[in-house]
Design a binder for this molecule. Structure first.
Ligand SMILES: *Cc1c(COP(=O)(O)O)cnc(C)c1O
Length: 398
């Protein structure tokens, strides 16, 4: 059975053109770009091309790109850089709906004596910009707000947030891991100081990422050792993956149009088809200001995990908005922050499409999912009338 892969916000397949481009650096072109010999030097030239392609994609200069090992490293590095550059500033502002790469790191910093403000979102997933304004202090070292949410696809108004931070002289980092390749980005007109991205979310391999560091932004390295990446990130370069990321970012820049026409149309077809075929279903998050590839839908009275298991029998890969940890099904921190009601939050499924998604795949989901929900609802303990059990926790069935 051929899988129907609709979990592209979790990871993506490597584009064949990207694999072609990286292959020689895993076989014959294995030199170290820092070596004096020309065998290493030619690898260095390909690294430079990758950096130029990455810069082209973001509308910045090659010197503003630092290659890292993942999106998580880029996020940690940016926040750490801001803190280390201004040790007298002990205050950080972020949101409740960040990816763990920011959220868990900020909680860790909190336990190390930093003060962190976690901004809330409304039921559409939007920030209150006045709340952001009020939260900024003289000792705020950095604001970290994601460009687009990985679970709902909701896009934050980073240009406006950047203006607010500029006005107060506060550094701004944005986790744009889900945004690159899906919406146009241009650092020439987007005054952020740091921006994180990850290879495996845009059809490059796992284990490579990049951090944009605006020229002149204060910076301190996270990894200390050799002089690689102009002293901003030590460690022998992952040449094959960096070359792959360069190619993937070139394709990402070219593919933004397709994402916003063809992929968006497929997503809307899937979403509207499911909403009309399945009663008591809803979309989580603002539907307009959203990534074109993402749909987070809740089906009342059923558990996301159960839906995923049944979809799996048809080879359909998606993900759910709850994680089975320590025996209880906890709705995702994002849906909880948005105040999604309990009986909806537990039945949430995220579909995330890509340039490889076909119409036939969407048709299969539209055919198979409605009867699955119907069957599960017959078995549901929550279908019984009566008020919604606000705090009840269902037994773990996964
Ligand atoms: C996947 C993801 C990350 C982490 O990237 P890795 O390369 O897996 O470390 C960070 N932020 C967001 C929004 C993501 O979706």
């Amino acid at each position: 059975m051929q899988e129907i892969y609709l979990d592209n916000n979790a990871t993506t397949r490597v584009d064949p053109a990207v694999l072609d481009e990286m292959m020689p650096f895993l076989t014959t072109l294995y030199g170290n770009p820092s070596s004096m010999h020309s065998f290493g030097g030619q690898v260095g030239r390909h690294m430079r091309l990758a950096r130029e392609r990455a810069a082209q994609c973001l509308g910045c200069t090659p010197e503003e790109i630092v290659f890292t090992a993942c999106g998580t490293e880029s996020d940690n590095t940016a926040i750490n850089a801001a803190l280390m550059a201004a040790p007298e500033k002990r205050h950080i502002v972020t949101t409740k709906v960040e990816h763990p790469a920011v959220l868990s790191y900020c909680k860790h910093l909190e336990s190390r004596g930093f003060e962190v403000e976690f901004l809330s979102v409304d039921k559409e997933g939007h920030l209150d910009l006045d709340e952001l304004r009020v939260s900024l202090r003289d000792d705020t070292a950095v604001v970290s707000v994601m460009y687009a949410n990985n679970e709902t696809g909701v896009i934050f108004p980073i240009p406006e947030i950047a203006d607010i931070c500029r006005e107060r002289g506060v550094l701004l980092h944005t986790d744009a891991v889900q945004a690159v390749g899906k919406i146009p980005l241009d650092m020439k007109t987007l005054p952020v100081d740091f921006l994180a991205l990850s290879g495996h979310k845009l059809h490059a391999p796992k284990g490579v990422g990049a951090l944009y560091v605006r020229r002149g932004a204060p910076f301190r390295p996270f990894l200390i050792g050799g002089h690689q990446e102009r002293g901003r990130r030590a460690g022998t370069e992952n040449t094959a993956s960096v070359v792959a990321l360069g190619k993937a970012m070139e394709l990402a820049a070219q593919g933004v149009g397709d994402e916003n026409t063809r992929v968006r149309a497929l997503r809307d077809r899937l979403e509207n088809g499911l909403l009309s075929a399945i009663p008591e279903s809803r979309v989580n998050g603002a539907r307009d200001e959203r990534l074109p590839n993402t749909s987070n839908i809740s089906f009342k009275y059923v558990e996301g995990e159960a839906i995923l298991l049944m979809l799996d029998q048809f080879g359909i890969c998606a993900s759910s908005g709850s994680a089975c940890t320590s025996g209880s099904l906890e709705p995702s921190h994002v849906l909880r922050a948005m105040g999604v009601p309990f009986t909806f939050a537990h039945g949430s499924i995220r579909f995330s499409l890509s340039r490889f998604t076909t119409e036939a795949e969407i048709d299969t989901v539209l055919r198979e999912l409605p009867p699955i929900i119907e069957r599960l609802r017959v078995l549901s303990p929550f279908k019984a009338e009566g008020p919604e059990p606000l705090d009840a926790k269902p037994p773990c069935t996964c």
